[in-house]
Design a protein around this ligand. Sequence first.
Ligand SMILES: Cc1cc2nc3c(=O)[nH]c(=O)nc-3n(C[C@H](O)[C@H](O)[C@H](O)COP(=O)(O)OP(=O)(O)OC[C@H]3O[C@@H](n4cnc5c(N)ncnc54)[C@H](O)[C@@H]3O)c2cc1C
Ligand SMILES: *[C@@H]1O[C@H](CO)[C@@H](O)[C@H](O)[C@H]1NC(C)=O
Ligand SMILES: *[C@@H]1O[C@H](CO)[C@@H](O)[C@H](O)[C@H]1NC(C)=O
Ligand SMILES: *[C@@H]1O[C@H](CO)[C@@H](O)[C@H](O)[C@H]1NC(C)=O
Ligand SMILES: *[C@@H]1O[C@H](CO)[C@@H](O)[C@H](O)[C@H]1NC(C)=O
Ligand SMILES: *[C@@H]1O[C@H](CO)[C@@H](O)[C@H](O)[C@H]1NC(C)=O
Length: 500
Amino acid sequence: MRITPAVAALCMGTLPRAAHATTPETCCSALETTALKSQVIYPDSAAYKTSIGSYWAENVQLEPTCILQPRTVHEVSLAVSTLVAADGGACKFAIRGGGHTTWAGANNIVDGVTIDLSLMNTTTYNEKAGTASILPGSRWEGVYETLANYNVTVPGGRSGVVGVAGFLLGGGNTFHTARVGFACDNVVNYEVVLANGEIIEANKESHADLFQALKGGTGNFGIVTKYDMKIIDDDKLWGGIVTYDNSTTLQHLEAGHRFINNLENDPYASWIGMWEYLSLTDQNMIANALEYTAPVAYPSAFDDFTTIANTSSSTRVANLWNLTQELGQASGYRDVFITASFVNNLDVMKRTIDIHNRMIEEAKAGAKGDDYTMFTMIQPWPKLFADHSTEQGGNVLGLDRFNENLFQVLFDYSWKDEADDGLFNQLANSALEELTTYSKSIGADNEFIYLNYANSNQNPLSSYGPENVEYIRTVAKKYDQTGVFQNQVPGGFKISAVAQ
Ligand SMILES: Cc1cc2nc3c(=O)[nH]c(=O)nc-3n(C[C@H](O)[C@H](O)[C@H](O)COP(=O)(O)OP(=O)(O)OC[C@H]3O[C@@H](n4cnc5c(N)ncnc54)[C@H](O)[C@@H]3O)c2cc1C
Ligand SMILES: *[C@@H]1O[C@H](CO)[C@@H](O)[C@H](O)[C@H]1NC(C)=O
Ligand SMILES: *[C@@H]1O[C@H](CO)[C@@H](O)[C@H](O)[C@H]1NC(C)=O
Ligand SMILES: *[C@@H]1O[C@H](CO)[C@@H](O)[C@H](O)[C@H]1NC(C)=O
Ligand SMILES: *[C@@H]1O[C@H](CO)[C@@H](O)[C@H](O)[C@H]1NC(C)=O
Ligand SMILES: *[C@@H]1O[C@H](CO)[C@@H](O)[C@H](O)[C@H]1NC(C)=O
């Protein structure tokens, strides 16, 4: 008789577990009986420690029973088939791209197998097609570095260390979004390993439903083993990081508010507003990432910012590879991200920074460790972004439902001391709750939650709207009939966790 997951679960509940190998060990052994043997690594190996240590946030560095590091799409396919068949379907596994999600269990697992795609990290430029083929273990810095040899690039992460795979599956906000839509809108083909081990290509001609659903629908359908992206013809930009005293907060918020509404007049401009508190220097400051996606210094789109007195500036003409080396935060901290979107309203912006300042005081009063940072980021999310998505063929984010310019808030806290986990998670949750409540009270709320910045207690897929939720559910069911990516791969945001 074939042992179904239900029968397996029943057996596990009734048999004394110590009497035989546990399920996770059985799953690792099953991989070892295949041609994947040399790619299975265990906690006693240096490669295992390197893999775990390379997760960006320390709090997600879980220890799986074993890690599998496939080198090719065929190895990914063999791994999925093996793990689905082993132990009556009781094997649990996780999929890891760059490993940048900040909540534990999204990209890793305890008592299971982690499929770490990091060895699959090459980028190939297809000059004739005007595309780049990018493997899922890539970091954006590697992609940009390879493409810089040809003076071309792709719209991707604004911090070079970030992973490609999860970024593209959740949308992807880039310096180029106001020109070309989200990163996912620029994917023209996905190579995907399905739950039954089949390898397929999804594009606008073949498996077009899956092609669309992968643009925002994250790991609900299969494992993406290659992304083909449209090229951007010039990789030179003007930009950098400009810092200011936080006494200029109001000027920045007014400038940012106008910038968002004006972006359609010059979509080459990009602004990230960062309010940063660094405990080690007790410094509360503002940093703008100002980037112009053409080699033009001081374009007038930034006049409102460049007329504010700064304390330092790294603006220059450089390529995307170079510019994305300086943006980003240190790894090796414990981190929480939590996010929401709002109507582009100056009062909500002001309240965002009031809350930021208050949370800093609460951290100072309550933190046990002395090394932590508190970032509050304000980013444009204008209607223009969604218009480009539509022009490019559409995705499942559901932003076309909204007629207003939005902005997005990311509360991003990092700390060293595990004893502060409770404190910073609580501060992040209350910051968001307070801001959301306020925005509702003045009718400036918006339901969209950006998946790539969302915390585990948020439900970004449900914020895509009922039509997109149903679409994702239908496509997931079609390509993964037995629900492998819902049940055997518990990590990440699952469509089965969205209420009917
Ligand atoms: C320093 C930093 C900078 C950032 N900058 C930006 C930015 O500029 N713009 C932006 O939009 N976001 C940004 N982000 C957020 C980023 O998009 C997410 O963290 C994203 O998940 C990173 O992708 P990853 O491959 O590293 O993620 P992972 O954590 O490895 O994966 C994310 C999810 O996708 C699943 N997954 C991964 N690979 C695959 C695959 N091949 N097939 C199927 N499922 C898969 C995983 O199981 C997991 O659930 C940033 C994050 C950090 C930490
Ligand atoms: C691929 O990963 C290896 C091992 O981490 C690294 O040395 C190499 O630089 C990466 N390649 C690219 C193109 O990033
Ligand atoms: C890239 O651009 C530089 C000038 O910025 C030029 O010297 C070089 O030849 C170009 N390379 C290619 C492959 O076009
Ligand atoms: C600047 O930072 C200080 C110290 O954190 C804070 O008290 C003050 O409110 C901030 N000012 C503004 C305008 O945000
Ligand atoms: C930063 O300040 C310097 C000195 O006042 C000024 O020359 C420069 O233009 C400013 N840079 C930006 C990007 O605002
Ligand atoms: C970026 O370019 C500048 C020169 O414009 C150079 O000094 C710097 O080393 C480069 N940085 C990287 C990471 O390539």
